[in-house]
Design a protein around this ligand. Structure first.
Ligand code: C5P
Length: 392
């Protein structure tokens, strides 16, 4: 949702200025058009050339030296969607609070008409100083957005609050701010990832699902304003910001967690690759070669979570996934009927499993809408838009 947005990145003199280089790179990768303003002390940590080389549209360092601009501090933020000062020192916060305009950065803050956000970065004592806290409180009252700071180890050796948020965290917050809240306060329950069916205490049957698509959907729903509960099988993926996560192992655990949660939710998205069968006779001790006969596994069918939810009296709006190796649309449409769900997102196993991108078709009773190959994040956004259309 940052695509085409004009963002002005203000960099002030903190050691965290090196993180702004990565922030700029992430923003431009998302399609934002980024201009940079640097204070004099910021240029002692990183150079204007660094930002230029990383894709900044322009780098403004002074009100006096750029012949392209008549009035840099005024032109810089014209048509900007956001002025983001990261890192923001105690000094720039104080100046912004007081309306001081004695260099191009502070003057640009005063002259802007777009929203302004600060990602503070400073020593813990400077952050906790009542003067800084007064300035922050006033800036918030004036409508500024304050991102962070985080706690942790500081460049000076102290520990505590004052670290600039990581570039990825800032990006996530900005993406959220730029995403239309089409699922505002909608309660969405999502399953994601693989399930694991134990054979003995160390072995089991699982599958190649990475959880990436389900986690991307959880993130997209949360960014669209939804209250998201994510029931996740075993995966090392990070929980998206603002998402409530319940970890499960087996398909039956997942079934129980979903059934426990579902009545509170208006939408259910079943993305998990759920094992259809579990082992009815798992060994309580490790099965050892040579000590027992060749083990025989007895299989027992797992409940179909999606079908069970769709069959509830007050069923939420249900979306399922179909991973097929062939006959994609026919197989997916059969699931629409068999599981009694309005929408199945169909994909070919070879297109999707473990990858960062996917090719999907939205299959409904009477239509099939193919989407162009896209990242799992983009597919998640398209699905959020589709669900918003259906439930609103
Ligand atoms: O029947 P199949 O496994 O192909 O259906 C896939 C869809 O059903 C997915 O949305 C998956 O999350 C869901 N499913 C389920 N419980 C099962 C098996 C599949 O919720 N036991």
């Amino acid at each position: 949702m940052l695509t085409g947005q004009k963002i002005v990145l203000g960099v002030t003199g903190s050691i965290a200025a090196y993180k702004s280089c990565e922030l700029l790179r992430l923003l431009t990768k998302k399609g934002a058009v980024v201009s940079v303003i640097m204070t004099e002390s910021a240029q002692r940590f990183v150079t204007p050339l660094t930002f230029k080389a990383l894709g900044a549209k322009e780098v403004i360092t002074s009100d006096w030296e750029d012949p392209d601009h008549t009035i840099p501090h005024i032109d810089a933020t014209r048509d900007a969607a956001l002025f983001l000062i990261a890192p923001a020192t105690a000094n720039i916060l104080a100046k912004a609070d007081q309306g001081i305009a004695d260099d191009v950065m502070s003057a640009a803050i005063l002259a802007r008409r777009c929203p302004v956000a600060f990602a503070p970065a400073m020593n813990i004592n400077m952050w906790q100083n009542p003067a800084t806290q007064r300035n922050i409180a006033q800036l918030v009252k004036d409508g500024a957005i304050i991102l962070g700071p985080a706690a942790g180890e500081q460049a000076c050796g102290d520990k505590g609050s004052g670290r600039m948020l990581e570039p990825e965290e800032i990006l996530e917050l900005l993406e959220g701010a730029f995403t239309p809240r089409v699922l505002d306060r909608c309660r969405v329950l999502i399953t994601a990832g693989p399930t694991f069916e134990p054979i003995d205490p160390v072995r089991g049957i699982t599958n190649l699902s990475s959880g990436k698509q389900g986690f991307a959907i959880a993130k997209a729903c949360a960014m669209a304003g939804a209250e998201v509960t994510l029931v996740a099988g075993r995966t090392s993926l990070k929980t998206p910001a603002g998402v409530r996560r319940i970890d499960v192992t087996t398909a039956y655990d997942m079934y129980r967690a979903v059934m426990n949660e579902v009545s509170r939710h208006e939408v259910f998205i079943s993305v998990a690759a759920v094992a259809d069968w579990r082992i009815a006779n798992p060994a309580t001790r490790k099965i050892k070669k040579g000590y027992t006969d060749t083990p025989e596994l007895i299989f027992e069918e797992n409940p179909d979570i999606l079908a069970s939810v769709a069959a509830l009296e007050n069923a939420p709006y249900c979306v399922g996934f179909a991973a097929e190796t062939d006959n994609l649309i026919d197989n997916a449409r059969a699931k629409v009927y068999r599981k009694r769900v309005p929408l199945i997102v169909a994909n070919l196993v070879q297109d999707a499993l473990g990858q960062d991108s996917n090719t999907v078709v939205f299959v409904e009773r009477d239509q099939a809408t193919p989407l162009a190959r896209a990242s799992k994040e983009q597919i998640a956004q398209a699905l959020v838009a589709k669900i918003a259309q259906e439930v609103n």
